[in-house]
Design a protein around this ligand. Sequence first.
Ligand code: N01
Length: 508
Amino acid sequence: MAISMTYKVAVVGAGFGGIGMGVGLRRAGITDFVIFERDGDVGGVWRDNTYPGCSCDVPSHLYSFSFAPYRSRRIRYPRQAEILEYLRRVAADHGLVPHLRLGTAIREASYLETEGGWELTTSDGRRVVAEVVIFAVGQLHRPSIPDLAGRADFAGPSFHSARWDHDQDLHGRDVAVIGTGSSAAQMLPTLATKARRVRVFQRTPHWVLPKPPADFGPLARTALRLPGAHHLYRRVLYYGSDAVLAPIMRRGWSARPAEWAARRYLHNRIADPRLRAKLTPDYPIGGKRIIFDSHYYSALARENVELITDPIARITRDGVRTADGAHHAADVIIYATGFRAPEFLVPITVRGRGGVLLHDQWRSGATALLGMAVPGYPNAFLIAGPNSFNPAGSNPGMKECQVDYIVRCLHWRDRIGASAIEVRETAMREHQQWLEQAVTKTVWPAMGPNCWYKHDSGRVTNPWPASARAFDRALRRPPSESFRAVPPDPANPTDPAASEPAAGIHSE
Ligand code: N01
């Protein structure tokens, strides 16, 4: 018996990706869709991360959608609450509220061969059927807490940076912060003014570059009154980050000016040569996400802050023991230890054509055409999937490119009268070859295992290895170059498009 479709499109996740997708669908005249969100609010990582000092190190004019431009004359770098408010406003202003199903996690997604659609199962066992499923769950939503010996023995409160326990008053307490990435760097200046003592446990130093003040000065505020100034500023930021920051991840001379600037900055900020040595990375700049922050080093240099670089041996009842035998007392432990970023779509079980499990296919690292679609999974798309994280610019911008492309795919599907479309194997192969070649030109393959850009297999699965403009260009190509129609009935495999060769999608 034929199953009737509940929705044309089901979007999973209501962060930047899901909200952007919802707006893209409505702007394309598609209103028969639903957005599932496991939490009780929209916002994704900007809802989850509420640690003190949480903000965005990308300017707000760039870190926003082009269709809902950030037009503040005051804020240059938005704080967490401002971004969350922005996303709530975009959702409300663009009529997404009736489409939201908050507090509904998707546990399974299975392709329906005969109908060419997807059956989704929610975590409370309900079933929903949609023609198309779009996973917009992001890369940085599952906290990673290392399985340190003795972790359960700790008697005090401990929590991950993305699950901040606001009931804990840190005033006058001894706080241990494990990890020294962007989250730790952003929280440290505030923690240091509250806690009696902060001990920061560093495994690997990160490269740090300063950034301008969070708010615009009087001159910039006046300039932003000029007609077209906000738009022009966004364009300058877009081309500027592509020209200045994107080359930093490449091997060779192009990163040298940035590395020199980072060394100078460290030298100027940290007077103690021993502390400076501890903070100097031994890998090329760009190997890990650069910390853009002007207060981290000065916080580390405070009297009540200590940087500990001996490896952690175990967590004890009342602190952290390091491999040199020293015990570091702690009333509270904060795990600023990052996310399970290379585990795309976990914990959703995704079954494609023939019941093939996507995670079996991704055992040695996730792959997808432009971070967006996988052969064998018709009518399924991802936003911010494998190798589409931009370490040098605006991720909302990358997601917007994918949203536009997916909308064009849906229009194309309707135009050719197919019930389902999927990426051609040839297009996927060609993309993967290009990607692997592009990755070899970056500093990432030489990085060790402690880098969230890489899967355990050693494959670089998360960042995009070229410029934002190259991503945009690749996603402007017609879907017909990379996708094919899937016959609705497997017993009737007439597919004239299946054998067409794929055209080159990369021009860089
Ligand atoms: O996490 P991270 P994050 N023992 O993975 C350490 C984005 N973001 O939450 O480097 C000891 O960067 C780990 O050490 P090592 C941004 O893209 C954006 O800070 O692996 N230490 C590292 O120091 C960023 O990249 C903004 O050796 C352990 C730290 O924990 C991403 O989020 C702001 C350990 C984890 O650093 C994640 O940042 C904030 C162990 N067993 C974040 N395991 C913006 O402003 C891990 N560590 C846009």
